[in-house]
Write a protein that binds this ligand. Structure first.
Ligand code: ZN
Length: 283
């Protein structure tokens, strides 16, 4: 049975296995508020159903995710997932509170989802798309998948869910961020960020077959195993690193806002999102 949300779908695809799909292929699954909260509703539905033991997360169309919707997110109209009420004051207060709720808060919530999750990544996985893949316990990529975080070129120190050092190791994380190069699925696999690379046509069948093997295990043992491994990440400083990184990220947003009157550097944006050049500041 399939449940349709505005920009996401929820479907039981095998005994104890649910597939959640981003469903905005015409925009390469660019993530806006609606898509974010629809995904969250799907995760909640899967969490509350005792029959569900494993969740797959994918994206409809040729690309997994083009990242956060650069046309802007707007006001959050859904019930918040945390206590970071986005402020109406403006400035850093509004921006920081919004990203605590919608970016970091949401990702942490999904990272702590109490059942195994598997990302199925095909085509492009850009910036905010990395966050979606990274919150999953396992990542299966098709051989056409590519990964990039171009946020440094936009004048900000990487995406909001700053998991780069834990995914790639320290040196390769720095290279990934400094160069903003596009990395292949094969490279991501070599570095341990991706569990398996499979032909595009086999992405879903391969992932589903793995999900079925996981779903044969006892639910409570799976939960405790996930919590144990995530606790190892906590002891490796993941949570503290992300808190600090988000503060640095917002220092960059604030700098750009001061210098260019927008939170990201105009020149780092793709052409179609740049808009007119700002007028030179008065002396
Ligand atoms: Zn940001």
């Amino acid at each position: 049975m399939k449940t349709e949300f505005a920009l996401a779908t929820y479907e039981v695809v095998a005994p104890h296995v649910v597939k959640i799909m981003q469903n905005r292929p015409e925009a390469r699954n660019a993530q806006n508020n609606r898509l974010t909260y629809d995904l969250n509703a799907c995760f909640d539905k899967a969490a509350q159903d005792e029959d569900v033991k494993v969740v797959l997360l994918g994206g409809e169309g040729p690309h997994f995710s083009s990242g956060h919707d650069l046309k802007g997110f707007g006001k959050v109209e859904d019930p918040l997932v945390g206590t970071w009420q986005p402020s109406r004051e403006g400035g850093v207060h509004s921006r920081y509170s919004f990203e605590q709720e919608v970016f970091l808060g949401m990702c942490r919530r999904w990272r702590d989802f109490p059942k195994p999750t598997i990302a199925m990544v095909q085509g492009k996985c850009i910036a905010g798309g990395l966050m979606l893949a990274w919150v999953c316990d396992l990542i299966i990529a098709s051989d056409d998948a590519t990964f990039v975080d171009p946020v440094v070129a936009m004048g900000v120190c990487g995406v909001e869910y700053f998991n780069h050092p834990y995914e790639l190791g320290i040196r390769k994380a720095k290279e990934f961020l400094f160069t903003a190069d596009v990395w292949s699925a094969e490279e991501a696999h070599r570095l341990g960020m991706v569990n398996h690379v499979v032909p595009r046509a086999e992405l879903e069948s391969f992932t589903l077959s793995m999900a079925r093997r996981i779903a044969e295990k006892p639910a409570f043992a799976l939960k405790m195993t996930k919590q144990a491994v995530n606790t190892a990440l906590n002891h490796m400083g993941q949570q503290a690193t992300m808190d600090t990184s988000l503060a640095l990220h917002h220092m960059c947003h604030a700098h750009n806002a001061e210098m260019e009157n927008r939170a990201v550097r105009r020149e780092g944006l793709p052409e179609k999102f740049r808009g007119p050049a700002p007028a030179p500041a008065a002396e």
